[in-house]
Design a protein around this ligand. Sequence first.
Ligand code: ATP
Ligand code: MG
Length: 398
Amino acid sequence: LPQEFKDAQLALKRLEDAGHEAYFVGGAVRDMLLNKPIHDVDIATSAFPEEVKNLFNTTVDTGIQHGTVMVLDYGSGYEITTFRTESTYTDFRRPDEVTFVRSLAEDLKRRDFTINALAMTYTGEMVDLFNGLSDLQKGVIRAVGDAEVRFTEDALRMMRALRFSAQLAFDIAIDTQNALKKLAPNLEKIAVERIRVEFEKLLQGEKSAQSLEIAVRDDVIPYLPGNLQNWNLTPLISDLKLRQGQHHQVVWAHLLSRSSLPVEDMKKFMRLWKTSREDIKAVVMIAPIARQINAANIFDLYRIYSYRKELLEVLQLIGTDTQTIENIAHLFKTLPIKQTSDLAINGNDLLSSGMISPGPEIGRMLKKLAHAVLLGEVNNTTDSLFSYVEELTSYDKN
Ligand code: ATP
Ligand code: MG
């Protein structure tokens, strides 16, 4: 077993020794089988939360009403959740109640997809009640049970289908896809924040463009919080070249950078997704830079200078080849000046020369000087700069 499971094995063993059942479940089991990096190791058990708490020294009630207890006795801590069923979803989102059960099968049955419904004992034995192993091998996202029923219970599962297909580069099984197409309107009932979480994971996935194309084809897009169609973002989807695992701010910026939306509209679009102020600020900073880079393949030194470090980050996010990035990084290092304060004269020098009057003209002149130095029109020495200023100002006066 991978190291991530090793410490947790002790927790499972302790539960078993006390006469309970306990299994590794969910994403960690799936990702281990796919040889992907493992995030949180989740444990499911027949023990009720009080029983779990009695068995371990240090526990935190992270989600006790859903049966989840965090156990801190080993490693970095593990969430241990009591087997449960969920019943009567009256509003297409959260279950009205959670019932604790003693049967693993009941617990696995309520899980969303076959590949997420695998369980593993602490010795590494697999419990596969819904052919999750075969779907893992085939690369298929398939609802556990009747897809229409499952998506009617909880519409968020439709977004999850799309995001897992993007993350894992998996297809969506036919019946699951048909249900998605039919029930997509129910997504309007889901809290924006929850959809956003899944959508961001989709954008960060390996096959984001393909999943977005499915979302377009199956008419899911109109039911997303910010309907991409209304912002003319859908035609751009097929040539989105997002790199996997980018920061969430970066993937939004990339999506928007393909459009011609003005910054105000970008903000409006992001607000529909209830994105935080901080994220919006970052996105509208990055997107216009990415847009210019998309439009122009030639970088003059002044552009490199004015974008500073953001430029390299943005180049990476839009998938520029490494050679180009290295070239530009080198250019950045060899710039004659990296900021206006690197100029051989400063604002005070300009003032005391009497050639420039106090006020905004000073900043403007420094900018002109920086531009000229970067383009090689003038050397960065006090004398050259002053004669250049003289030239410019006398020209202005004539
Ligand atoms: P990730 O690597 O993104 O965390 P994950 O599979 O662990 O993937 P989680 O959202 O952490 O996804 O959920 C953990 C497990 O809980 C899932 O593997 C699945 O079995 C179950 N699950 C989560 N959300 C739902 C849902 N809406 N409906 C049914 N089962 C769900
Ligand atoms: Mg998880």
